[in-house]
Design a protein around this ligand. Structure first.
Ligand code: NAD
Length: 395
């Protein structure tokens, strides 16, 4: 029998369960790639319930305990005295979500002598030291595609929020004002703007497809060039590098994983090459941007706005400058954990566990590392890649 350590964000301060705004969520047929949604044998929750917090436990606790496993669910994850650190040494499986990541550093992985499987309930496994996981032969899996559309929708929302200057306008309304001149002095139409997409994987392509009807000029860069007919369909211009991409755009959206190649990419030097008054929306990972360079660029006017929902570290400290910097429309890390997204990644987490306990292979699209190397989605999206051929698009 296994010990499963599940790290989730805390319950609502107003109590669990919350009062739901709607009675159900729409049933989605398949992912845009044609891949099937998660296929667990059973679900321990009703889709639409809040399962991403401790009491929701991804709908896993009762099932796992009924199978004889030991389950620890906690939100206490930082420091030597945390429940996470204390329970880790004899855990067989660790599950956490990027919104409230259980950071599995090389040091922690060394202490986790029994650890065999790490599941990211969501997408983005950079909170696990993947090299250390490889060295220790640990399998890392995530629920690929589960919340890609959730994030793409949030991205489109934040692009519009920045360009239209929604936050200022909403605040004037809340404050009882009616000063139209103040409300519109930084407000533009998105139509006609040049939008650059950094990394055209699942989320990047969903953003392209959703922004195209706004009448924008679209360009992108990725390690893999998209198929020619896809580029033609969306009028996409390809750039070899992010340096080339950012020179020619008004809005940059960021959808690359956090790796040693992408860490700190959005720095003073790169930002200085952008058109004055450009906007950035980054729902990928906070550490892809240089925290203080973003603040400086907003203060100088080089950037007209910055939004996203990812921070470094998470949760961000209360005095993190992005909370209060000029012209920001940040949210906490919520885009991928809508109630709709939760239903898919909780189901995918159960599917991975069912396969693992049955000794069956985990779907390749869920795999990041296995058997000491990058596999499946991990080989495509995380491992070093030199190629840029036309027809090796995203999965
Ligand atoms: P994906 O694997 O489908 O796409 C990632 C793309 O990035 C791939 O096409 C890959 O070739 C490209 N890429 C990787 N390194 C690159 C580099 N150095 N230069 C150019 N391109 C590079 O992943 P996805 O589902 O689209 O997710 C992308 C990222 O978004 C995740 O890694 C995660 O960090 C983040 N994410 C955030 C949330 C959220 O809630 N905010 C949710 C899901 C995913």
């Amino acid at each position: 029998m296994a010990k499963i350590l599940i790290v989730l964000y805390p319950d609502p301060v107003t109590g669990y369960p919350p009062e739901y705004a709607r009675d159900s969520i729409p049933a989605i047929g398949a992912y845009p790639s044609g891949a099937t949604l998660p296929t667990p044998k059973e679900l321990g929750f009703t889709p639409g319930q809040l399962v991403g917090s401790v009491s929701g436990n991804l709908g896993l606790k009762d099932w796992l305990e009924s199978e004889g496993h030991t389950v620890v669910v906690t939100s206490d994850k930082e420091g030597a005295d945390s429940v996470f650190e204390k329970e880790l040494p004899d855990a067989d499986v660790v599950i956490s979500q990027p919104f409230w990541p259980a950071y599995l550093t090389a040091d922690r992985i060394t202490k986790a002598k029994k650890l065999q499987l790490v599941i990211t309930a969501g997408i983005g496994s950079d909170h696990t030291d993947l090299d250390a996981a490889n060295q220790q032969g640990i399998t890392v899996a995530e629920v690929t595609y589960s919340n890609s559309i959730s994030v793409a929708e949030h991205t489109v929302m934040q692009v519009l929020v920045l360009v239209r200057d929604f936050v200022t306008q909403h605040q004037i309304s809340v404050d009882g004002g009616w000063n139209i001149a103040d409300a519109v002095s930084r407000s533009y139409d998105l139509e006609g703007m040049r939008v650059g997409v950094f990394a055209a994987g699942r989320i990047g392509r969903a953003v392209i497809e959703r922004l195209a009807p706004f009448g924008v000029q679209l360009s992108y860069t990725d390690r893999f060039r998209l198929p020619r007919d896809y580029e033609e369909k969306y009028g996409l211009t390809f750039h070899e590098s992010i340096e080339d991409l950012v020179k020619e755009i008004d809005v940059l959206t960021v959808h690359a994983p956090l790796t040693e190649e992408t860490r700190g990419l959005l720095d003073d030097e790169l930002l200085a090459t952008m058109t004055r008054g450009a906007y950035i929306v980054n729902p990928a990972r906070g550490a892809i941007a240089d925290r203080d360079a973003i603040v400086r660029a907003l203060e100088s006017g080089q950037l007209a706005g910055y939004a996203g929902d990812v921070w470094d570290p998470q949760p961000a400290p209360t005095d993190h400058p992005w909370r209060v910097m000029a012209h920001n429309a940040m949210t906490t890390h919520t885009s991928g954990t809508s109630l709709s997204g939760q239903a898919r990644y909780a189901a995918g987490t159960r599917e991975i566990l069912e396969d693992w306990f049955a000794g069956a292979p985990i779907r390749p699209e869920y795999l990041i590392v296995e058997g000491g190397g990058y596999k499946g989605t991990g080989a495509h999206s995380y491992a070093q890649q030199p190629t840029r051929t036309h027809d090796q698009g995203g999965q």
